[in-house]
Design a binder for this molecule. Structure first.
Ligand code: ADP
Ligand code: SF4
Length: 642
């Protein structure tokens, strides 16, 4: 995965946070380790891959701020102040132990040991992580550092540990590796300094040229990874723009940069020396190379949806809406840019041009097959075209645009709009492979209180997201019943509120858009709902809608039911496959065979409704395997060896 980034032209490829000792364990979240010499080999695989393409490899050495659920080592901190959280997923039932002088000596030694291992693995840049509530940052931050010894109190004292660690690491490996600092500035920018504007300014000024590189960002990961729905690219600028005047060493920062112009602007305006990126590299590992070669039109731009972030919370390899090969480079041997050629003599009919159909067409087109895409609607893009019109989701149209832009350049892909396809059309068309990508529709179905599928709620004033996206204007006040738990419920609330309706959002979960805890949007959605004056009712099921009121029962069996007066109900819950075409064709194998069709398959939401990422993945997988002989595709996985 990281080698692909180096090949794609990124100058430096870093690990994520890398624990230096078993007293820093972030299980069950995925993180890397350099705990002993055995761990070196693992990193060598990455470093060698990165070096093969002439890039530098960096490692973010990190300690502290964890609950150590796996190792059960008592967590260490500056003063026993643990990181607080109101999310049960991240709560720990143990507090941390304030570090004494021996602990500090140990920490300094662990950093040096890990740095030496990093050098042995071949890393070129070794980071000291002094941000995000981790060890050295806890000493810098006065709200976490309550010490009365030489490591607490004055800023000079609070900076001491960070300085010592950087000096130790430089002394150990500084001859051959650059030593960088990753620093979180935003909360420290709020504390007035004695001589400079803020304590953040003073910290940078004190350490100034000691590190070889400054990497500066916000402390809160949910701020750093704010989705496109809630911020533009370059949103970290207020947190790193003050650094360059205080050091002669280079400064790097992130900001979900996908626009080359915005990147150049950062450099020209003297904000950053180096453009950092995580999500843009996930969406397009080859972004720098495409800029370098004047192929900006081919950049697969990040849409800022944060599906990648959710993979981290779920502890699985990174998934991406835009880049279906992400996380599959080694596991499935899928390269982000290259794909094995197919047989140009073979023709494929793809029905439906949503994310699944378009990705399938793009990838099959790249393979050289002869492709026809038939789309019922006038516009291409299916659900992304509709959903990108919702408040804050304009960037989602990039899922369509990246693919249609490339397809336009392919002589072997014909696209027909306003072309609804029937089973008879497919039979008469005459092609080798048929791919049905006709998507899914929202239903009015609700669940019972055991969350088993219930009946559909009938009535003229009951709407689905499809109705609203098609322009229906429900009479207010509107109740939105959301048990989809992702973006749709709150986006519709926003839209209907903008249209002047009184809106109440009801959900059986304990928060609005509860799943978005996983993609770091939860707090932003809550704020947005509050700001817009959307009323929310959590932990309630809708049981019916009659006489101008929605009936509800709470999640708790012993409580009474209640009702909300309203003019309309919007149900955001279950989607149904739009698969009648596929069912009709697949139910008659002889008819298919007689028409000379070698394979017929459904993909995307037509096969199993899901997030856009699933549809894109499904389209890509189909394109890779359409001519396979039926054997299962390779899937590599890790085995623990004792
Ligand atoms: P997915 O997310 O799986 O790509 P979408 O719902 O976004 O699904 O897209 C499905 C597309 O298929 C829509 O643009 C829809 O207009 C189109 N479609 C549905 N039925 C037909 C049909 N019979 N013929 C052609 N296109 C169809
Ligand atoms: Fe960007 Fe979404 Fe891909 Fe993450 S999952 S890199 S936010 S497109």
């Amino acid at each position: 995965m990281r080698e692909a980034r180096a090949e794609g032209g990124w100058g430096v490829v870093n690990t994520g946070y890398c624990s230096i000792h078993p007293s820093c364990d972030d299980s069950p979240l995925p993180y890397c380790r350099l705990w002993d010499d055995e761990d070196i080999k693992v990193h060598e695989l990455m470093v060698n891959g990165v070096h093969r393409h002439g890039a530098l490899a960096g490692v973010e050495l990190w300690h502290g701020g964890t609950a150590n659920l796996f190792t059960r080592v008592t967590p260490l901190s500056a003063s026993g102040v643990s990181q607080s959280t109101s999310n049960a997923n991240y709560m720990s039932l143990t507090q941390s132990q304030p570090m004494d002088r021996q602990d500090i000596r140990n920490l300094r030694r662990w950093y040096v040991d890990a740095a030496r291992r990093a050098r042995s693995a071949g890393f070129d840049i070794v980071y000291v992580y002094a941000g995000m509530g981790y060890g050295p940052y806890q000493f810098l931050a006065p709200w976490m550092n309550k010490r009365t010894d030489e490591y607490g109190g004055s800023l000079q004292n609070r900076v001491r540990l960070t300085r010592e660690i950087i000096e130790d690491v430089k002394e150990a490996i500084g001859q051959t590796c650059a030593v960088a600092i990753r620093f979180s500035s935003d909360d420290l920018l709020k504390i007035p300094g004695e001589t400079l504007h803020s304590e953040a300014h003073e910290i940078v000024s004190m350490l100034s040229d000691l590190p070889d590189l400054w990497d500066v960002k916000s402390a809160d990961w949910t701020v750093e990874t704010t989705s496109a729905r809630f911020c533009e690219q370059g949103a970290q600028e207020p947190f790193n723009s003050f650094v360059k005047p205080l050091t002669s060493k280079p400064v790097v920062g992130v900001g979900r940069f996908t626009s080359p112009d915005d990147m150049v602007s950062q450099i020209k305006r003297g904000i950053l020396d180096l453009i950092g990126a995580a999500r843009p590299t996930i969406a397009d590992p080859f972004l720098p190379r495409k800029i370098d070669e004047g192929r900006e039109d081919e950049i697969r731009e990040c849409i800022g949806c944060n599906i990648c972030v959710s993979s981290y919370h779920m502890g699985v390899p990174v998934r991406c809406t835009q880049n279906p090969t992400m996380g599959e480079e080694w596991r499935r041997n899928w390269h982000p840019e290259h794909i094995p050629p197919g047989d140009p003599e073979k023709s494929v009919l793809i029905v439906g041009a949503g994310p699944a159909g378009l990705e399938c067409a793009r990838a099959l087109g790249q393979r050289g097959f002869t492709i026809t895409v038939a789309e019922a609607g006038e516009e291409l893009g299916g659900r992304v075209t509709l959903e990108s019109k919702l408040p804050g989701l304009a960037t989602w149209a990039r899922v369509r645009d990246y693919r249609t832009n490339l397809i336009k350049t392919m002589g072997n892909v014909d696209v027909y709009r306003s072309s609804p396809v029937s089973a008879q059309d497919v039979i008469e068309f005459g092609c080798d492979h048929v791919v049905i990508a006709t998507g899914a529709r929202w239903t009015r179905q609700i669940l019972d209180t055991n969350e088993y599928p219930g009946s559909e709620i009938e009535g003229d004033a009951v709407y689905t997201p499809d109705d609203i996206l098609a322009g229906a204007e429900p009479e207010g006040p509107v109740v939105i019943y959301d048990f989809d738990h992702y973006y749709m419920g709150s986006c519709l609330a926003e839209l209907l509120r903008q249209q002047g309706n009184e809106v109440t959002l009801v959900t059986p979960a304990n928060a609005v858009s509860a799943w978005t805890l996983m993609n770091n949007e939860l707090a932003d959605i809550r704020n947005r709902m509050n700001k817009l004056g959307v009323s929310t009712v959590t932990e309630h099921y809708v049981t019916g809608f009659s006489d101008g009121a929605v009936q509800l029962v709470s999640n708790y069996p012993e409580s009474d039911g209640c009702s909300i007066d309203c003019g309309s109900l919007v149900v955001v819950g279950v989607r149904a496959r739009r698969d009648s075409l596929y069912q009709e064709l697949s139910s008659d194998a002889d008819r298919i065979a007689d028409a000379g069709i070698i394979s017929l398959q459904s993909i995307g939401d037509c096969r199993a409704p899901g997030a856009i990422a699933h549809a894109v993945y499904s389209g890509h997988e189909c394109a890779r395997t359409i001519d396979a002989d039926g054997t299962i595709e390779p899937f590599a996985w890790e085995r623990a060896r004792l």
